[in-house]
Design a binder for this molecule. Structure first.
Ligand SMILES: Cc1ncc(COP(=O)(O)O)c(C=O)c1O
Length: 218
């Protein structure tokens, strides 16, 4: 599971996570919890780690990294927390995939851990501004419905269109307007009808993209 969520931007509530925790305990499941966008979240929305729920630490592998919180996509620095019993298997996979994170990337990560909070706060505020900006620009279209989102860097938008599927629509949109979105079906069949919009770009570009999209769908 993943919260804050890519592609929807939804942040799971304490109650929703408790339901998942109950389910995992009842069926003796291991939970892999991807919390990559933990720090990219609106101020009023709390983030909960499912491993912190009673009885969950011993069945949860929490994964995280520097890519999003510290704008280090491509630097390949991540980390996880898991019950000790899983370590040998995790090491085996890690050892033969990456062996070692490059030293300069580790230095950058260390610097940010010691002194990166201000940068994270600034980035978080800027993402929040962009989300609100994009969302209000899209609300002008009658044929778009924006899903409520308070985390990550995405809006998930339901589109009324006349193509046979959302992928065809997304390709036509790209060809005819120059606006690039990811069709929801890239994440599974439940994404049919939806576009994922990333707002990890400049405010003027977001406004221009929203203007073109709104004009295109009406
Ligand atoms: C939810 C989520 N987890 C993990 C990743 C992977 O991050 P990276 O491979 O840059 O560490 C991404 C990247 O988009 C993501 O959206």
């Amino acid at each position: 599971m993943n919260t804050p969520h890519n592609p929807t931007g939804v942040v799971l509530s304490k109650e929703e996570l408790q339901e998942l925790a109950n389910l995992a305990t009842k069926h003796n499941l291991i939970v892999v919890s991807d919390e990559m966008y933990e720090k990219i979240i609106a101020d009023e929305t709390p983030h909960y780690s499912i491993a912190s729920f009673p009885g969950m630490a011993e069945r949860t592998i929490t994964i995280n990294g520097f890519s999003k919180a510290y704008a280090m996509t491509g630097w390949r620095v991540g980390y996880l927390h898991a019950p000790t019993a899983y370590y040998p298997a995790i090491f085996r996979v890690h050892q033969f995939n990456t062996a070692c994170t490059p030293g300069f990337a580790q230095q950058a990560a260390l610097t940010l851990l010691k002194d990166g909070e201000r940068a994270v706060t600034e980035m978080k505020e800027s993402f929040q501004r962009r989300r609100v900006l994009l969302q209000s620009a899209l609300e002008k279209a009658t044929n778009l419905t924006v899903m409520e989102a308070t985390g990550a860097i995405y809006l998930f938008v339901l589109v009324q269109h006349n193509d046979s599927n959302i992928r065809d629509f997304a390709l036509r949109l790209l060809d005819e307007t120059g606006v690039a979105c990811v069709p929801g079906t890239a994440f599974g069949s439940a994404g049919e009808g939806y576009l994922r919009l990333s707002y990890a770009t400049f405010e003027e570009d977001l406004l221009e993209a929203a203007k073109r999209l709104v004009a295109y769908v009406g």
